[in-house]
Structures are given as C-alpha cells and as structure tokens.
Design a protein around this ligand. Structure first.
Ligand code: AMP
Ligand code: MG
Length: 512
C-alpha cells in the first residue's frame, strides 16, 4: 500500500494513505501517484468529480433501542461509484465535508481526532481480516470546528478533517426502515431498494436455481418449513443475518467493541461501519463499553454485541415484513439462522484462538471467568498462550511461566485457579495431537499481536493535532501486519498507561 503525502497551500491537505491496489483508482484516469494538485480539492468536496452525482442518503434508525425517526447522512456525502478493472463497484463517500439535507441542527463537519480514529480503525480492522468499510484518504481542512466533546457545556475549537471512505455499499438497516416507518404509501420504496440491493450486491440470490433444495425446518417444534428458493427476499435477509452473525463473531474474537450498534450503524453487507466511540478490550471486561452515552445501561457493551445484533436483525426483518416482502415465519427463520451462525462461528474462532480442534465449553467458560476476575489483557493473553507446551509433565510450579508477562499482580489463590486451568488446557492440547510448533504457527494467525488500542490512537492524535502525522503513519504501518512479529515495535503491545483512563481516551461520546 502506498503512503502518500501531498502538500497544497490551499487546504493544507495531508493524504495519509491510499488503497489504490484495492479499488484501482486509475479507472478514473487519475495519476496514481496523486501528483495532481486538484486531488485534495476533489477529496474535500471542494471541486466536483466529473460525471458524478453526489448525494446524501436518507435513513432512520433505532437508537439505544428506541425508534429515532429520520436521521440520514448528516455529514456523509457520496461522491459517486466507480467500477474497477475487476468490475467491482466501489462507492466513495466523504465524511465531514459539510451540511447535507439531513444535517438537522448540526454542522456536517468532523474533527481531526474522530477522522483519524475512523481512518486508522477501518484500516486496522481490514488487516485483522474483519469485514469493514475502508479509508482512502484523510484531508485536513485547515478550518476549526467547535465541539463540546463531553456535552458538558465546555465547547472547544478543534481542527477539522474529512475522510474519504470506501465500501461496496453504505446501505444500512435504517435505509429500509425509514421508508417502512412512513406507512403504506412508501412501502414500495422498500421493495425497490431491496431489489436494487439484491441486483447489485447479492446477484447470486437473484440467480438462485429453483432446482436447488433450500428448504429448512424451523420453529420450536421444527414443523414449519421455509423454502429460500421461493422468495428472494427471504433468502436475502437470511444472508444478511448470517453475514452479521459472522461479523459479530469476529469482533468478539479480537475484542472489538463497536460502541453504537444502532440500526442506522448496521451495514446490509455485514461490514463494520461508522467508527465512533469504538474500543478494543485491554483488560478483559465483558461489560466494557467505550461509549460514555451508553454508560447507564451498557446496552452496547462487549458481551451484549451478539444479542444486540440479533435484536437489530429482528427490527430489519420487521421492516421487510411490514413491506410484505417476507412472512413472519421467514422473519423468525432469519433470526434463528443468525443465532446458529453466530454460535458456530464464535465457537470455531475461540477454538482456533486456543489452538484446539474441538470446542470445549467448560474450558472456555472457565478461561473467560479467569480473564475477567484478574482483568487480564485480552490481546496479549491469547498471543502468549501459544507459548504453552503440550507437556503433561511440567511441574506445577512452572505451569504459569509462559503466561508470566500477562498474569500480573495475582495472589496465591488466583495462581492456583490459573494453574488448574492451564492443566486442563494442556490435557486438551495433548489430546489434539498437534505439535507445539504447528499449533503456535496457527494460533499466531488468529491471535493478533497488535490491535489499535485507544491510547495508541490518542497518542497519534495528540501529535497530529500539532501538525506531526509521523505517529499516525507508524501506527498505520504496524496495524497493517497485526498477526506478525514486528521486531522493534513491541511498545505497541503495551498496556494502557495511567493517562489513558481519562475520559476522551478509553471512553468517548457518540458523534464528534
Ligand atoms: P452517529 O452517531 O455518528 O452514527 O450519527 C448519528 C446521526 O447523526 C447520523 O444521522 C449522522 O449522520 C448524524 N451526525 C453526526 N454528526 C453530525 C454532524 N456533525 N453534522 C450533521 N449530522 C451529524
Ligand atoms: Mg452513524
């Protein structure tokens, strides 16, 4: 991936990074090295793209469990779509380029700190192998934006920025909900939009062969049958449910907490979308939420994500039901498939993380309990686990040696609890029959060494706010190879320092 800096005295832009290999911007006849002086003008929205018809999308959403009505792209403007040489369709969207018809009372802008967070995290997620929207470039606007970061009556001026993000589609559950919420008259829009989405983004569903057997028993007693070849919308929502389940399973695997899982932040393609107050787990805490607005109920905490996304799928299914596209039986079936897919994928991921062949519920539950009691760092723990040898003869006093660096400050009783767990784990390793070397190699492919911890992001932001983007670049480079050992970069695996626990670092409010 190229790392590109453009300096232009007009907007003081800084193009940090581009994904040119992925979306092949040469399709637009731009100079690939971005030496064109109008690049920042195009990617700040200051100058239109020839042939493009920019728009902002109207959508609604359930926010914190309550229908919030119309929201829409208040600060996102789609520039247009491009087709690359592989005939893939990519949508380019500016976030923070100014007001749209859906900005309501707000300014349509974004601050540098939240833009760097979205930029870095969407790239970090991509390199972790997790479906996500991506970031093409970040432009400093050179203008100040006023934000009351903690909504406590202390507004401050901050540098503004614009991220150009890229995805095959930015359609959300809420893009459909808004039309169904308006009653019978607008229900046709739901089906037109669903037809569009299926045709462009799920073409295999349009082409499902009627001879294929895709009928499934469903319901508590397994008496009802849902046939996915007879209704493309049913097949569609089942696929969305499964993609979402698979996404959430991967989040849980790396300890990612989205922070604002409202239905307007749920992609129909199963992508991680809208990076706001997200956080990777440091110390394992199932009730961790990175969102200050979420603190009272912790609706969006780490452990709730699977259930919340099931709730979101249920809302989306109700929308399709209201538009008479699917039956209640098909809606429940989609939710059921979400649950099954999530459990299958989550168990498979945890099993891989442990380097085992078979899911062992008791072993996993005991481990998660131990991690929570001792507030062990989630990422570093799993990375260290591959150092344990499948040797039942290890003396009791030496069982915890490979985990010494991650089991910090634990007393005698807790040491015993951990030693007992390690003993059971070693038994499972022995039973699996895989060599230590082979297991370590496979575990290191699923247990990242480097994740974008909030304090790392904040250090990069602090420097960037005074004009030094060096740390943003270094962090980006490290996060591009999260599963590799990167000699000299070990400081990026450190636990958060004391200053990171101040509000605004490990916890943030919604939009900024
Ligand atoms: P979010 O919490 O970022 O998902 O945003 C919720 C809603 O508020 C979405 O409709 C956003 O487009 C909108 N929004 C967030 N920030 C701004 C802003 N600065 N100006 C206008 N609309 C915004
Ligand atoms: Mg949003």
């Amino acid at each position: 991936m190229a790392l590109i800096v453009i300096d232009c005295c007009f907007l003081y832009p800084l193009v940090l990074h581009c994904v040119v290999q992925v979306i092949n911007l040469t399709a637009l006849h731009w100079n690939c090295r971005f030496e064109r002086p109008d690049f920042p003008l195009k990617f700040s929205g200051a100058s239109p793209l020839t042939g493009a018809v920019p728009y902002a999308q109207c959508y609604g959403g359930h926010q914190f469990g309550t229908w919030a009505g119309q929201l829409g792209d208040g600060r996102a403007i789609t520039l247009g779509e491009i087709l690359n040489s592989k005939s893939e369709r990519w949508e380019l969207q500016l976030k923070g380029a100014g007001k749209t018809p859906y900005s309501r009372f707000a300014d349509g802008l974004a601050v540098l700190r939240s833009s760097i967070r979205e930029f870095l995290c969407s790239e970090a997620m991509h390199f972790l192998g997790i479906p996500t929207t991506r970031a093409l470039c970040l432009v400093n606007t050179g203008k100040l934006v006023t934000r009351d970061m903690f909504y406590d009556g202390n507004p401050k001026e901050e540098p503004g920025a614009i991220v150009c993000r890229v995805a095959q589609s930015f359609l959300r559950f809420g893009s459909f909900q808004i039309h169904a919420s308006k009653g019978e008259e607008d229900l046709g829009i739901v089906s037109t939009l669903a037809d569009y989405a299926i045709r462009h983004h799920f073409p295999h569903i349009e082409n499902i062969s009627k001879s294929e057997t895709l009928s499934f028993s469903t319901g508590d007693n397994g008496q009802s049958v849902v046939d996915l070849t007879s209704n493309k919308y049913a097949a569609w929502i089942v696929e969305i449910a499964e993609r979402t389940a698979s996404l959430v399973a991967r989040w849980q695997g790396v300890g990612f907490t989205h922070g604002v899982l409202n239905t307007d932040n749920m992609s129909i393609l199963g992508l991680t979308i809208d990076y706001g107050p997200f956080g990777f787990l440091d110390a394992f805490d199932p009730s961790y939420t990175p969102n200050t607005t979420d603190l009272p109920g912790r609706r969006y905490c780490f452990a709730n994500q699977p259930d919340i996304c099931s709730w979101n799928i249920t809302q989306f299914a109700s929308t399709l039901m209201a538009a008479h596209l699917i039956s209640d039986k098909e809606a429940s079936y989609a939710v059921e498939r979400y649950g099954t897919k999530f459990m299958d994928e989550y168990q498979a991921i945890i099993t891989q993380k442990l380097g085992l062949q078979k899911y062992n519920k008791q072993l996993v539950n005991k481990l998660l309990n131990n991690l929570a009691v001792d507030k062990v760092d989630y990422t570093n723990f799993f990375r260290s686990l591959s150092n344990i040898k499948a040797d039942p003869g290890i003396p009791e006093g030496e069982l915890l040696v490979p985990l010494k660096a991650v089991l910090l400050d634990i007393g005698k009783e807790r040491k015993e609890a951990w030693a007992s767990w390690v003993q059971s784990y070693i038994q499972e390793l022995v039973a699996s029959g895989i060599s230590d070397e082979e297991r370590k190699a496979s575990m290191d492919l699923v247990n990242p060494k480097y994740v974008l911890r909030n304090y790392l992001c904040q250090s990069a932001i602090d420097a960037a706010e005074i004009g030094d983007f060096g740390e943003v670049r270094r962090l980006l480079k490290v996060m591009e190879r999260p599963y590799d050992e990167q000699p000299g970069m070990e400081k990026y695996t450190r636990l958060p320092p004391a200053w990171a626990y101040r509000p605004g670092v490990c916890m943030l409010s919604c939009s900024s």
